[in-house]
Ligand binder design. Structure first.
Ligand SMILES: Cc1cc2nc3c(=O)[nH]c(=O)nc-3n(C[C@H](O)[C@H](O)[C@H](O)COP(=O)(O)OP(=O)(O)OC[C@H]3O[C@@H](n4cnc5c(N)ncnc54)[C@H](O)[C@@H]3O)c2cc1C
Length: 417
């Protein structure tokens, strides 16, 4: 089934009876060439690119809940390529380029909106860091512009420019950054993979990984055993638990990240804006809700819900930056489980077990990475070689200390990234 404007009009006029399910509800087979554990953004994108780029279609994606029920459907949808360090820089640049062609590629409206992201800075040191970051972004071939306070007053008139505690010195703008509709991204990749023959199997939890003589043989699931030539672990916040099934202890801690949405308002926030002195960032959804978030809960947890102290912390930061937000009514808040690494950067690598691959450690920035991660992971699984833009996302950097990519310069404490 293809989508087009004409099709939408025709269906609208004929009672919307012609739409078909977006993907097949597959029954697990006994064996596959590749089993992907986890039906989030990264797992589905990996399956899609395995089929699309490498012609590997005897693939199953095993999801313990429903597709898109994990972080891919819980995030605040910011898509950007403004990373500083080699490794991250080229990877996110590649991913943003994939985003820019994604809707055509998937024939699916993921509501990708390049409305621009502005990262504010509030003192001289932050301005120097923003200039350095901007230069690095431009060297990578992406866009970055420095905005003065006068520029900001024009484009973000609702900020509090008079407060003296955190004066606004300027902002770093990336025009090609923006947002997308998160669950549509999961659905679009799911549909694209399923159309190419991939089996998407929901309500199928992996409970064990079968390894024999150093080689992966398959997985145990709540719907029976499934044999596989290759297995990819792509489970984000559950990474440590699933890797433990293969006897691995990962350098990953899971922490909860919360997000919030207000009632629908008339358009008032045109960009994605992030506060440089507090844990607060915001955008406005196409339905009108102000979508915002802040910092991680500081303790490790697998509870996919937040707590009130962090909610208060985020609201305080929001009120400091833009007091007008205090008039909006909060509708909902939720949480997702973040797979935090000690350097804040991800892992796309093979493991010591032959045929077993790992993708994770996306921290709180893995939504923007979905196309790039799926592309690079599929390349690794299909060819056995690292894909160039993701070639530095190795596991052994945590063993040797070589190649660490600590974007924030905050050291080895997981929750600080
Ligand atoms: C509140 C919040 C805000 C965020 N904001 C942003 C943002 O603005 N921009 C950005 O780039 N990133 C953001 N992120 C991060 C981003 O959402 C994640 O990094 C990314 O979605 C993780 O990858 P995923 O989509 O594959 O994860 P998930 O969707 O969580 O997929 C993993 C899947 O694995 C499944 N699974 C786990 N264990 C098993 C098992 N044993 N068997 C079978 N299946 C299993 C889970 O059910 C889940 O569906 C945010 C996250 C949160 C929670």
């Amino acid at each position: 089934m293809r989508f087009s404007g004409l099709r939408v009009i025709k269906e609208g006029l004929t009672g919307n009876r012609g739409w078909t399910p977006h993907w097949r509800d597959a029954t697990p087979k006994d064996a596959y060439d590749v089993v992907i554990i986890g039906g989030g953004g990264h797992g589905l994108a990996t399956a899609y690119y395995l089929a699309r780029n490498h012609g590997i279609t005897n693939v199953a994606v095993l999801e313990k809940g429903y597709l898109g029920g994990g972080n891919v459907g819980r995030n605040t949808t910011i898509v950007r390529a403004n990373y500083f360090l080699p490794g991250n820089s080229e990877f996110y640049s590649h991913s943003l380029k994939l985003w820019e062609g994604l809707e055509q590629d998937l024939n699916y409206n993921v509501m990708h909106s390049q409305r621009g992201q502005i990262a504010l800075f509030h003192n001289d040191a932050q301005r120097d860091a923003a200039i350095r970051r901007g230069n690095a972004i431009r060297n990578q071939g992406d866009d970055a512009d420095l905005l003065t306070p006068d520029d900001l007053r024009r484009v973000l008139p609702y900020l509090d420019y008079e407060q003296t505690r955190f004066p606004i010195y300027g902002g770093l703008l990336q025009r090609r950054a923006g947002t997308a509709r998160h669950d549509a991204v999961a659905w679009g990749f799911a549909r694209g993979a399923s159309d190419r023959g991939v089996d998407l199997i929901q309500n199928c939890e992996v409970t064990g990984i079968d390894i024999d003589a150093g080689k992966v043989r398959g997985v145990q699931t709540t719907r029976g055993a499934i044999r596989a030539g290759k297995v990819a672990i792509v489970v984000a916040g559950r990474s440590s638990q699933v890797a433990a099934m293969a006897g691995m202890r990962l350098p990953i801690e899971s922490h909860v990240l919360q997000a919030f949405v207000t009632e629908g308002l008339k358009p008032c926030i045109d960009h994605v804006v992030s506060f440089g002195m507090g844990h607060f960032y915001i955008s406005q959804s196409d339905k009108g809700g102000l979508v915002f978030g802040g910092d991680l809960d500081f303790h490790a947890s697998y509870a996919a819900r937040g707590n009130l102290p962090m909610a208060e912390h985020v609201m305080e930061a929001g009120m400091t930056l833009m007091p007008m937000i205090g008039k909006a009514k909060l509708l909902r808040s939720w949480g997702g489980i973040m797979d935090m690494t000690p350097d804040g950067s991800p892992i796309i690598d093979r493991t010591d077990v032959d045929g077993l691959y790992f993708n994770g450690g996306w921290c709180y920035g893995g939504f923007k990475a979905v196309p790039g991660s799926g592309y690079s992971m599929a390349h690794l699984v299909a060819t056995g070689r690292h894909h160039e833009p993701a070639a530095r996302f190795r596991l052994d950097r945590f063993l040797t200390g070589r190649g660490l990519m600590d974007e924030e310069g905050t050291g080895a404490q997981h929750n600080l990234h």
